[in-house]
Design a protein around this ligand. Structure first.
Ligand code: F6P
Length: 370
């Protein structure tokens, strides 16, 4: 086993927050302190290092002690703060012409790591943040990634932390919507996050006996969804539950984009409204929409998410101790293992069309609008 010379490590949380972030931070800090290492947290992704002038009193880098991580396992959000606008590879910068453009500022970031004598980094993030982590490791920063995202779209790990909490909460919301939809004889169209992957919609939709699930992996025909509503009407079931992933798109059409800004990923949203309007005009039934949005990201992590977050955090520190770099901690039940960050961020993990969950939904008579 390689010996490590680590004395000081940094932790960064980047991209959209996910329940379990604080549990990872706690596990990393306690495990690192036990090895005699110093621990700092970088505020808001890498902003604490890249724009220190915005953090008065040197607040861009927080010293993390045993006390800083006390009682945080069950808390949503992240004690370090996060951002999805601070990608050092595409940092929003004012150009000479006064217009905003994207600039690669990774060299500055590497220099900041050196300046603060940071020997290693635990980067907690989704595909964007772990892509950055991979570049940092290639540039010589000893880096371990931890897979976070409610979307569950990271490859090479069975699951990301945050996903279970998001699905559980979506399930609870849909149970509640189910009863009111039935009472009012309405069609309820529920939009859930997930970006270009349908994991949240699929898992929560099946778990709540939705009638139609629309996911990005299966472009839909709205007439097929309308058929489901009409068929149910005829058989005396006067309400219909439809779950739509924010990244779902009609056959031959494109995703619903709310906005696109320099230095960040496009914002998806609006698909439930579109689907509901179309269904209302085809079927004549009252169609109502609910967008669960950021509710899926907030709140307390489930027991499952707490546990994998703590396991991921401790495993990240063990990896550093073993001299590993450029790898991500991955869940491979019953254990955790390490996979190259490059592999994990190479492709997005979408729902395989032949997976047993899709087959189960079809066997249960759930329509994908195809
Ligand atoms: O990646 C997590 C996620 O919650 C996606 O499901 C969603 O599309 C996106 O982040 C929303 O990000 P924002 O916080 O910028 O609205």
């Amino acid at each position: 086993m390689k010996k490590t010379n680590i004395k000081k490590i940094a932790i960064s949380t980047g991209g959209g927050d996910a329940p379990g972030l604080n549990a990872v931070i706690r596990a990393v800090v306690i495990s690192a302190l036990q090895r005699g290492w110093e621990c700092v947290g970088i505020r808001h992704g890498y902003n604490g290092l890249m724009i220190p002038e915005e953090y008065p009193d040197g607040d861009g880098l927080l010293t993390l002690t045993r006390k800083s991580v006390s009682g945080i396992t069950h808390l949503g959000g992240t004690i370090l703060g996060t951002t999805n606008k601070g990608n050092p590879l595409k940092y929003p910068t004012k150009g000479r012409d006064g217009k905003m453009c994207e600039k690669d500022r990774t060299e500055e970031l590497v220099a900041a790591f050196r300046k603060h004598n940071i020997d290693a980094l635990v980067a907690i993030g989704g595909d964007g943040s772990l892509g950055i982590a991979n570049i940092l490791s290639e540039k010589g920063i000893c880096t371990i990634g931890v897979p976070k995202t409610i979307d569950n779209d990271l490859d090479k790990t069975v699951i990301t932390f945050g996903f279970d909490t998001a699905v559980s909460f979506a399930t609870e919301c849909m149970d509640r919507l189910h009863s009111t939809a039935e009472a009012h004889r309405r069609v309820m169209v529920v939009e859930v996050m997930g970006r270009y992957a349908g994991w949240i919609a699929l898992n929560s939709g099946i778990s709540t006996s939705a009638d139609v699930i629309l996911i990005p992996e299966i472009p839909y025909d709205v007439n097929k969804a309308a058929e489901v509503i009409n068929k149910r009407e005829k058989s005396g079931r006067h309400y219909t539950m439809i779950v739509v992933a924010e990244g779902a798109k009609p056959r031959g059409g494109s995703v619903s984009v709310m906005s696109k800004e320099i230095g960040r990923a496009e914002k998806l949203g609006g698909i439930a409204e579109k689907v509901a309007k179309e269904l209302e005009s085809i079927t004549g039934k009252e169609c109502r929409t609910v967008v669960l949005g950021h509710l899926l990201r907030g709140g307390r992590p489930t027991t499952f998410d707490r546990l994998i977050s703590l396991r991921f955090g401790a495993a990240a520190v063990r990896a550093l101790e073993q001299g590993k770099t450029g790898v991500m901690v991955a869940l491979d039940p019953p254990t955790v293992r390490y996979v190259p960050l490059k592999q994990a961020t190479n492709r997005m993990k979408t729902v395989p069309l032949d997976c047993d969950t899709i087959l189960t939904a079809r066997d249960l008579g759930i329509s994908f609008g195809d």
